[in-house]
Design a binder for this molecule. Structure first.
Ligand SMILES: C[S@@+](CC[C@H](N)C(=O)[O-])C[C@H]1O[C@@H](n2cnc3c(N)ncnc32)[C@H](O)[C@@H]1O
Length: 290
C-alpha cells in the first residue's frame, strides 16, 4: 500500500467538524460526549456504548496502576474528527491523534484550539504504518470504529509494537461481523471504496498475532436497535429506545461462549504489548465484557 493512498478519506472529511465543535464550552462538550456514550436506550448513539467501555478500561487501568492521566500518553488510532482525543485531553490525558486524512487532522486541530486543549493534543496526518513518534512512548492506544478500517494495512501492528511501552495496552471498539445482521446495516459500496473490513475473530487474532489479545464481545442484540431504527418511523424514537432498554438488560445477562460469540454486535479488542514477542502466541482468548 502506498503511504499516500488515502482511499477517499479526505473527501469524506472535507469541511467537516466534529459535532462537539458546536459546544459553547468544554463542560458542554463533555456532557454532550458522555450523552453520546450512554447505552442507546438512555439517549446514546448505537455506537457510543462500546466507546465508553474502551474509555472505562483505560481509566480503570490507570487507577489500578496509580497512574496520573497527566503523565499518561494515549494514541487515538484513526482519530477522525478528534472527538475522542479532545474528550480524553479534557480528562488530562496527553493525546496523540493519528489519522490518514489531512482534512480530518485539520479539523481536529481546530476543535482542540477552540477548547484550549491544543497543548494536550498533538494531531498527526499520517498512516498508522509510519507514526513519527519515539519508540516506547505510548501507554495506551484507543480506537473507535477504526480497527475495521486500518486492519487492511499490514504494517500497523509492527508500528504499534514499536511505539508502545512494554505491557502497554490497546483498546479498539468496533462492530463485529460475526453477527450476520451486521451486514444489513453497512454500506457495502462505501466499505468497498474505503477497503474496510468486516471484523471476525480469526481476522483480529491473525492481525494482532504478535500481541496478547483479548476479544471482549458485547451487545448480543445491539443490531436490533439498528433494525428498529430502519423499520419504525423516526418519530417513534421513544418507543425504539424503550424496546432497546429490554434487550440491553437481557444482554447484560448473557455470557460469552462459542455460540453467543457469533451473535455479538460489538466487540472490544484488547491488545497487550510484550516487547518479548516470543511469549505471546498463547494469549488469544475470548472473555466476557458485559
Ligand atoms: C470510521 S472512522 C472513525 C473515526 C473516529 N475514531 C470516530 O470515532 O469518529 C475511521 C478512521 O480511520 C482512519 N484511517 C483509516 N486507515 C488509516 C490508517 N492507515 N492510518 C490512519 N488512519 C486511518 C480514517 O481516515 C477514518 O478517519
Amino acid at each position: 500500500m502506498e503511504k499516500n493512498d488515502k482511499r477517499g478519506y479526505d473527501s469524506k472529511y472535507k469541511n467537516k467538524t466534529s459535532k462537539l465543535y458546536k459546544s459553547k464550552d468544554i463542560h458542554e462538550l463533555m456532557l454532550f460526549f458522555e450523552k453520546d456514550n450512554q447505552p442507546f436506550y438512555l439517549g446514546g448513539t448505537t455506537k457510543g456504548y462500546i466507546r465508553r467501555l474502551a474509555i472505562q478500561r483505560i481509566v480503570d487501568d490507570c487507577k489500578m496502576n496509580h497512574m496520573d492521566p497527566a503523565e499518561v500518553t494515549v494514541l487515538d488510532a484513526g482519530c477522525g474528527l478528534g472527538a475522542l482525543s479532545v474528550y480524553l485531553a479534557a480528562h488530562r490525558f496527553n493525546m496523540v491523534g493519528v489519522d490518514i486524512s489531512d482534512e480530518a487532522v485539520k479539523s481536529c486541530e481546530e476543535t482542540a484550539r477552540k477548547f484550549g486543549l491544543e497543548n494536550k493534543c498533538k494531531f498527526i496526518a499520517t498512516s498508522l504504518e509510519n507514526i513519527p513518534i519515539a519508540d516506547d512512548s505510548i501507554d495506551y492506544i484507543i480506537g473507535h470504529g477504526a480497527l475495521h478500517h486500518f486492519i487492511k494495512y499490514e504494517k500497523v501492528p509492527a508500528e504499534f509494537h514499536r511505539v508502545m511501552k512494554d505491557r502497554a495496552k490497546g483498546y479498539f471498539a468496533d462492530g463485529f461481523g460475526e453477527n450476520k445482521l451486521y451486514h444489513l446495516f453497512h454500506d457495502k459500496k462505501e466499505m468497498e471504496e474505503l477497503g474496510d473490513a468486516t471484523l471476525t475473530r480469526k481476522l483480529v487474532y491473525q492481525y494482532f498475532r504478535d500481541f496478547e489479545v483479548h476479544l471482549l464481545p458485547t451487545d448480543w442484540f445491539v443490531m436490533l436497535d439498528k433494525l428498529f431504527l430502519k423499520i419504525i418511523p423516526a418519530k417513534q424514537r421513544g418507543l425504539i429506545r424503550k424496546l432497546s432498554s429490554i434487550h440491553f438488560k437481557l444482554d447484560r445477562k448473557i455470557n460469552t461462549n462459542s455460540v453467543t460469540l457469533y451473535l455479538s454486535g460489538a466487540v472490544l479488542t484488547e491488545i497487550i504489548n510484550h516487547k518479548d514477542t516470543a511469549s505471546t502466541r498463547f494469549f488469544q482468548v475470548v472473555e466476557n465484557l458485559n
